[in-house]
Design a protein around this ligand. Sequence first.
Ligand code: NAD
Ligand code: MG
Length: 398
Amino acid sequence: MSQSVCILGVTGSIGQSTLKVIDRHPEKYNVFAVSAFSRVEQLSEICQQYHPQYAVVPAAKVDELHQFFKLKNITSTEILSDESGLIAVAEHPQVDIVMAAIVGAAGLLPTLAAVQAGKRVLLANKESLVMSGDIMMKAAKENKALLLPVDSEHNAIFQCLPQNYLQLDTGGKPQLGVSQILLTASGGPFLHHTLDELSKVTPAQACKHPNWSMGQKISVDSATLMNKGLELIEACHLFSIQEHFVTVVVHPQSIIHSMVQYVDGSTLAQMGNPDMCTPIAHAFAWPNRIETHVPPLDLFVNDTLNFKQPDTVRFPALQLAREAMKSGGLAPAILNAANEIAVEAFLKNKIKFLDIPKVVESTLNHIQNSNADSLELILETDSLSRRYAIQLTNSLST
Ligand code: NAD
Ligand code: MG
């Protein structure tokens, strides 16, 4: 029977790859609901092609979407708006699978709603887990939701872990013979830049990733290595382990997507061409496998794989994230909020590339940390951190 899919953030890079995977399996999956934030015309084209029951946009975009629907004679899709619309489709009783592919903190409540409704949740929106890790993981357990990693590294780790690992009570330590997780990082477009060169890089250069084509925010995060920092926190929550069991390995070719080491000396790696359709298809079908258009890895072409330590002097964001995870509580939410503000300011040419970690560090030092045991507190801290980070970016503004 066909499974109904809700794609939050359908117009984005992950949203588009999700449609590509569905296109190859029209008998298995149908698009039930979609959402977009700004690209309304693109959303209307998606509605014309996939006939979802619901499309969700910000309230300010509803009229524009109606106009496009009229123009294209789309009558079968109902328009919902704002966060309440996103939550309604994420927890809709007819939905089987939710692709959480909104970027940033805006994805938190809809993703959590999907988890609380016990869905199969394909998690791309790492920021939501970084902000609310304990609450999200507890909600997944209590509601028997399947929270499956789409982030290529976490999907790789998941594939290399023993079966049923996600269901274990680990007490923060690796179990079943696992000793260490090796989280790979491409190193981003500025891997070999000096600090002096880094001080001058532009948003366009930061958004040009050598191996992956992604949204702007995650591209900048990859360039600062904050993406790896967020992923370190994501891994700790998904696999219930303390941060010192996760080692970051720079692997510029992005062929190995991460590894798991075992006490007997084994290291298991998941490899493949860098294309998000592979982890998306894996999360759709797990524990089965479905075909994608991604060609098999040709090791005679990709015949050199390199590995090195990350440089935390040129890329301090990774260390900031590790320390935030070590501190625990609200620190990861503060880190995430400050980073979102700083990245936005950098993309608008208001601050420099090397200011991004400075804004994050200063916000972490300024906003008080405490236990992150309620969603209200997390959301309140998120907005406090944003306010402080905005002041900082304004004062740094060139
Ligand atoms: P993107 O910028 O290409 O797309 C973001 C999507 O979110 C768009 O559909 C946009 O309409 C929607 N959106 C943006 N702001 C919103 C808001 N305030 N409210 C509601 N919707 C909003 O981003 P992306 O590269 O597809 O990344 C999406 C998520 O997946 C991010 O959390 C990212 O870290 C994660 N991720 C992406 C990749 C990748 O290869 N692109 C890989 C791993 C993880
Ligand atoms: Mg990743």
